[in-house]
Design a protein around this ligand. Structure first.
Ligand code: SR1
Ligand code: MG
Length: 422
């Protein structure tokens, strides 16, 4: 299969085309005629197959030469699979046990064969269902702290980091998607935009005329495009996480590139705040007060764990070219090192709020919406949930420099939830 030109797999062709791949047959069994193949991709871009054999199951993920959500009118290079593979193996090294094991990568066919996470489900779905998941916040906080710190000039050998920076710089088309869909399209009447209409029309008009907000969005885009600080996951929302109670796995890093640390942190927080506001749309079988409390606690835990682990890595693994120990600890200047750490964490905090605010807007005003809101059938109820997220997003994006704690943001979310009529 390796030497053939790219061809999209189908459930019918997969057993024949991958039947002699030992990475696969070693896991699930050699008699391909007994395999059961299902295509389960529900994301915006790729094919995803579950392949079950007598001895086990695997995932086969294959990129398509276009955006699946839109169709072949929007071409997208297959090489995103190469970046996903390279990000997965780096993340496995930097945060062992939190990404699926890669069994095989075929660059020409743009496919990755990987561990099938079962009975895990997508975190977004679990949160919509109202599942309380112990350990989720600390798991995600550790994941972002370790992957972001260990992929940066705070930790890496500078030659290796520069080589990685160059390697991932070629993931330009995926960055282009984010640059347009996240940072610009929501703030004008772009062709692919959609929002709950007419309910949100007035608020959308207001936001698109909001000069401070547009400036904030472009300042965040500027950082995204220019601050090549660490290897990001690049699309770290609750649809890129799989869970069972007590275990968290992060998937789908095809948007990986060198960007600002705060981007992954902000995206993740935003998706929890959106889920928080969406809970009132899912109260058919009883109130979601406990779930709302869980989501806010998880947000606090993600940030606190991130900051604590980042500080821990700063004190124990700071072996890169930045803030060298020779300037601080080696001279007995612990306070200097701590002062520098405070400054770095402060910048990440401020920027994460900016990214979070913009992410909330693009998921409600842009092309790619969230199931958290989309699955609320009553459009009035959906719009009321979305309006709260839009308002929180505007506040934290514009005021990011004067917001001091995660509690402050969570308190505002609670006020919006209580004050605005459903
Ligand atoms: C056209 S791709 C739309 C969105 O899907 C991905 O998951 C990313 O979030 C991207 O922005
Ligand atoms: Mg994805």
């Amino acid at each position: 299969m390796d030497n053939q030109a790219f061809e999209a797999l189908t459930t019918a062709s997969l057993p024949q085309r991958l039947g002699s791949n030992s990475a696969l047959t070693d896991r699930i069994g050699t008699d391909a005629s007994t395999w059961k193949v299902r295509e389960v991709g529900d994301g915006n871009l790729n094919l995803v197959f579950i392949v079950e054999g007598p001895d086990g199951s695997v995932i086969v993920k294959q990129a398509l030469p276009y955006v699946r959500l839109v169709g072949d009118s929007w071409p997208l290079p297959l090489k995103r699979s190469f970046f996903e593979y390279n990000a997965l193996i780096r993340q496995a090294d930097r945060m062992p046990g939190m990404v699926p094991e890669v069994l095989h990568f075929d660059e020409t066919q743009a496919l990755i064969i990987m561990e099938f996470l079962s009975p895990h489900i997508i975190l977004r779905q679990a949160l919509i269902e109202g599942q309380i998941l112990p350990g989720l916040g600390p798991d995600l906080g550790l994941f972002v702290a370790r992957t972001l710190f260990r992929g940066s000039d705070l930790s890496m050998d500078t030659k290796k980091r520069k080589a990685d920076l160059a390697l991932f710089a070629d993931n330009a088309e995926l960055c282009d998607i984010t640059e347009n869909l996240v940072f610009s399209d929501p703030y004008f009447d772009a062709e692919m935009n959609a929002h709950t209409s007419p309910q949100l029309d007035g608020l959308v008009k207001e936001l698109r005329a909001d000069r401070d907000l547009k400036v904030a969005a472009q300042a965040m885009k500027h950082l995204f495009a220019a601050k090549a600080e660490t290897l990001l996951h690049g699309d770290l929302h609750t649809g890129s996480v799989m869970v069972i109670p007590g275990e968290t796995k992060v998937i789908d890093p095809e948007f990986a590139f060198y960007g600002p640390m705060a981007f992954d942190v902000g995206m993740m927080l935003a998706n929890f705040w959106m889920n928080y506001f969406s809970q009132s749309g899912h109260e058919q079988n009883g109130d979601r007060d406990d779930m709302r409390a869980f989501v806010l606690t998880t947000i606090t835990e993600i940030w606190n764990t991130f900051a604590a682990e980042f500080a821990n890595l700063w004190r124990t693994e700071r072996t890169g070219i930045l803030y060298q120990a020779s300037l601080f600890e080696d001279q007995g200047d612990i306070l200097g090192s701590e002062q520098a750490l405070d400054g770095v964490l402060h910048d990440i905090w401020v920027d994460a709020l900016g990214f979070a605010g913009i992410e909330m807007h693009r998921r409600i005003l842009g092309l790619a919406h969230n199931a958290d809101f989309e699955s609320i059938e009553d459009a009035d109820l959906r719009a009321s949930c979305e309006a709260k997220a839009l308002k929180l997003g505007r506040h934290i994006a514009v005021n990011r420099g004067i917001i001091h704690s995660i509690t402050e943001v969570n308190n505002l979310a609670e006020r919006l939830q209580q004050e605005m009529a459903v």
